[in-house]
Write a protein that binds this ligand. Structure first.
Ligand SMILES: Nc1ncnc2c1ncn2[C@@H]1O[C@H](COP(=O)(O)OP(=O)(O)OP(=O)(O)O)[C@@H](O)[C@H]1O
Ligand SMILES: [Mg+2]
Length: 408
């Protein structure tokens, strides 16, 4: 679907919202003038709004009862193969994550239990196992390691490195990050993508919820697990199958988002080509990383809107305001680099994580140099005590190497 088409859908959707409910259908009919696709898209957006509203109106007790009926009992205290499940760490669109102990190796791990329908077909299971092998081959200090995949009875699960820390989305709730930290995490994540892309693994769902901040820096989670195809909120839970919809090149690939009902998951970090239902490539991850860096540096999402339709239209058509207009102390070069990540056409973005990574490193280095110069100048003017030198504890790896060679 083209950007103009989205703008048209968005315009009509916004007008339709303003129209009294009982007159809405004939209003849309008339406004569409026989354009069936347009009518379908607008109606499905409206249906999504209605569903969301009903959800808000539903009494809490009823929702809790429904939840209990749908959700399987907690696995805490159970054993999954050699893993003794200890605590529920959190849950997301793909199932729950638990802390567990590997009783053979006596080490703590994190276990992600996958939704039952995900691997029910043998072709999906084979594909999943193939992808898991690719992910397990990644060995990078800023990628959460995948240790094992397994199943116990009807439960399929992934076993990964347990990470102690908070997710970037939890951190962002407290506001923007200081420039030193922004640069540190940006360089680390770009480095992680560089290695993964070199091995042919695309993340596809890079977002603050999939980045853990630990003492050792940022760690990227959930590589390659993302839904390939937007899935419907309207579909029954058994149909909400991320990988199940991920057959490349199949007929679902060409379906528009709203044709499916509505999109499940976080839209804010999706690249235009993902919203258009096309296959993701390495540059799709660079777009998402641009959105993440923008948010770390400004405390604001690069693309935000009141409705999903407007959000999609923004991602497809709008360029976010320069970082410097929101956070003036951010290095001006960072905005240039981030805006290029956010180019609508993937050919106009940085073409590889390696390219982006080297740009980010340079900015990190010169930011550090300017902090040092600032510190020297302040010391000279006798104001050293007032100065907070920032994150001098972290050096981009190239600087660290250079320092080591100086010393030797
Ligand atoms: N390896 C890990 N070590 C420690 N905690 C983890 C680990 N992986 C995930 N978690 C915790 O579990 C929570 C849920 O993770 P999960 O990936 O299921 O959700 P999500 O990232 O919010 O959504 P999505 O399904 O879209 O990835 C995370 O927010 C994090 O707090
Ligand atoms: Mg996740």
């Amino acid at each position: 679907m083209t950007s103009d088409r989205w703008a048209e859908i968005n315009r009509l959707y916004n007008s339709a919202v303003e129209v009294e409910e009982k007159k809405r259908s004939s209003f849309i009919e008339e406004a569409c003038g026989g354009d069936e696709e347009l009518r379908r898209e607008v109606e499905s957006l409206l249906a999504y709004d209605q569903q969301a509203q009903q959800l808000l109106d539903r009494p809490a007790m009823q929702m809790a009862a429904e939840k209990l009926a749908i959700e399987p009992p907690s696995l805490v205290g159970r054993k999954l193969g050699p893993y003794q499940v200890q605590v529920l760490l959190g849950s997301g669109g793909m199932g729950e994550v638990y802390r567990a102990r590997d009783i053979r190796l006596n080490r703590i791990v994190a276990i992600k239990v996958l939704p039952r329908h995900l691997l029910e077909r043998s072709d999906l299971r084979q594909r999943f196992e193939r992808e898991a092998r690719a992910i397990a081959s990644l060995d990078h200090s800023h990628i959460c390691a995948l240790y094992d995949i397994g199943h116990e009875g009807a439960t399929d699960f992934l076993v990964m490195q347990y990470l102690d820390g908070e997710t970037l989305s939890q951190r962002l709730r407290k506001g923007l990050l200081p420039t030193g930290e922004v640069m540190r995490y940006a360089v680390e994540i770009a480095g992680a993508l560089e290695q993964a892309h070199r091995k042919g693994v695309v993340h596809r769902d890079l977002k603050p919820g999939n980045i853990m901040l630990t003492e050792a820096g940022a760690k990227l989670l959930d590589f390659g697990l993302a839904k390939r195809q937007p899935v419907s909120l309207m579909a029954p839970p058994s149909a909400l199958s991320p990988l199940a919809r991920g057959t490349t090149g199949g007929p679902t690939e060409t379906k528009s988002l709203t044709e499916e009902g509505m999109i499940l998951g976080t839209l804010e970090y999706m690249a235009p080509e993902q919203l258009e239902g096309k296959e993701a490539d390495a540059r799709t991850d660079l777009f998402a990383l641009g959105v993440v860096i923008y948010e770390m540096a400004t405390g604001q999402k690069a693309f935000q809107a009141e409705s999903k339709a407007s959000l999609i239209a923004k991602i497809l058509t709008a360029q976010p305001p320069p970082i410097g207009t929101i956070q003036p102390v951010s290095p001006p070069e960072l905005d240039r680099v981030v805006q290029r990540c956010l180019a609508k056409k993937s050919e106009e973005r940085w073409q590889s994580a390696a390219e982006l990574s080297s740009q980010l490193r340079e900015i990190a280095e010169s930011n550090l140099e300017s902090l040092k110069a600032q510190k020297r100048a302040t010391q000279q003017s006798g104001e050293a005590k007032k100065l907070n030198p920032g994150p001098s504890h972290w050096f981009p790896p190239r600087i660290r190497n250079r320092q080591t060679s100086h010393q030797s």
